[in-house]
Design a protein around this ligand. Structure first.
Ligand SMILES: Nc1nc2c(ncn2[C@@H]2O[C@H](COP(=O)(O)OP(=O)(O)OP(=O)(O)O)[C@@H](O)[C@H]2O)c(=O)[nH]1
Ligand SMILES: [Mg+2]
Length: 328
């Protein structure tokens, strides 16, 4: 059965009244590749802007298997049970090919998905990380307009996706494993400099002693770093998503960060810079999308690719000529 297309007003009224069914329909609209859906989704976003921004946006990253999803389940449940409405989103680079591990998580986050104050949405799929990121950013705005005041975004700790998530959240939580010898890796990767808190996971059972040692090592390492523009100092915590040990302390850290950076103004400055970057990213993405969707370019592209591949014409001038075709 073909679902009736909702009107803009139905979307807006549904979202701002917290209707999850309509929120999910709106996120599906944003994720759609259809040109007509794209136009409607942009109109919708413009209209809901006055209802957005009133949340704390927390990015959660770390190497595969570090315990991101398990922590999000228990941490999300803890926050949602303390007078907050929590939305869980994800950026999963593998979603381009395999629709990602995070799909599986929704089924595993049984407890959190039962919590009436929680909403979980698997990662969007897309042909580029930038594309996935745009959809997640826009879904974040919809969740805020629907009244969710805490947004948790999971991303796997590899490659570009970490930096992408860092660029769209207020607080960046980096999960680390103890004794896995990645204390130095974290430093080398420069990822630790982006973190607002380091959390060593799986601090339970025989692992407790190792997590304590790793905590001391990370604290030492962090002293090497320059103070942040935000005036915030990255702390090192431990937690267990099995015993729930350390969860209230992580939330306290997020609340302290909010209080500090809202009073010194960094919170708003950071959002302003992120919005500007978001605008420039969107311009690039939109120009590329329009260029490759242009029918005349589509017609000419194959010939140019063959000529470049066979070395008949230099790649740069091929690109230039295609842009001329696009501009006509
Ligand atoms: N002992 C213990 N095991 C944990 C804890 N958190 C997660 N695990 C286990 O670690 C494994 C990986 O957990 P996930 O939450 O799927 O890890 P992830 O970081 O989301 O993994 P990807 O999404 O694949 O990148 C699972 O077998 C969990 O049961 C914890 O606090 N203590
Ligand atoms: Mg996961």
């Amino acid at each position: 059965m073909v679902r009736r297309r909702l009107t803009i007003d139905e979307y807006i009224n549904g979202i701002i009244s917290g209707n999850r069914f309509i929120l999910s329909r709106a996120i599906t609209l944003i994720e759609s590749a259809l040109e007509s859906d794209f136009e409607l989704s942009q109109q919708l976003l413009e209209k809901i802007m006055p209802y957005t921004g009133k949340s704390i946006r927390v990015g959660i990253s770390g190497v595969p298997g570090v315990g991101k999803s398990t922590l999000i389940e228990t941490f999300g449940d803890y926050i949602a049970s303390n007078n907050h409405k929590v939305a869980v989103l994800a950026i999963d680079p593998s979603s381009q090919k395999t629709s990602g591990s995070i799909m599986g998580d929704k089924t595993r986050m049984e407890k959190l998905s039962q919590n009436p104050n929680a909403y979980i949405r698997p990662s969007a799929t897309g042909s580029s990380l930038g594309g996935v990121a745009r959809k997640t950013r826009e879904s974040m705005l919809l969740c805020e307009a629907a009244g969710f005041d805490v947004i948790l975004i999971e991303t796997v700790g590899v490659g570009q996706s970490e930096t992408t998530v860092r660029g769209m959240v207020d607080f960046f939580l980096l999960l680390m494993l103890s004794g896995a010898g990645d204390e130095l890796q974290g430093i080398k990767k420069g990822i630790m400099e982006m973190a607002d808190a380091l959390v060593i996971t799986k601090a339970d059972g025989d692992n407790i002693a190792k997590t304590k040692a790793a905590k001391a090592e990370y604290k030492n390492a962090l002293h090497l770093f320059r103070p942040e523009e935000s005036g915030w100092f990255c702390n090192v915590l431990t937690c267990s998503a099995i015993t729930n040990e350390g969860l209230p302390e992580i939330w306290e850290e997020v609340e302290k960060f909010q209080a500090k950076t809202k009073s010194n103004g960094w919170f708003f400055e950071c959002r302003k810079r992120q919005n500007l970057k978001w605008m420039h990213d969107s311009i690039q993405e939109e120009l590329i999308r329009k260029f490759y969707n242009n029918p005349t370019v589509k017609l000419a592209l194959q010939t140019f690719e063959e000529n470049v591949a066979s070395g008949k014409i230099p790649p740069y001038s091929a690109g230039e000529k295609l842009i001329e075709i696009y501009k006509k």
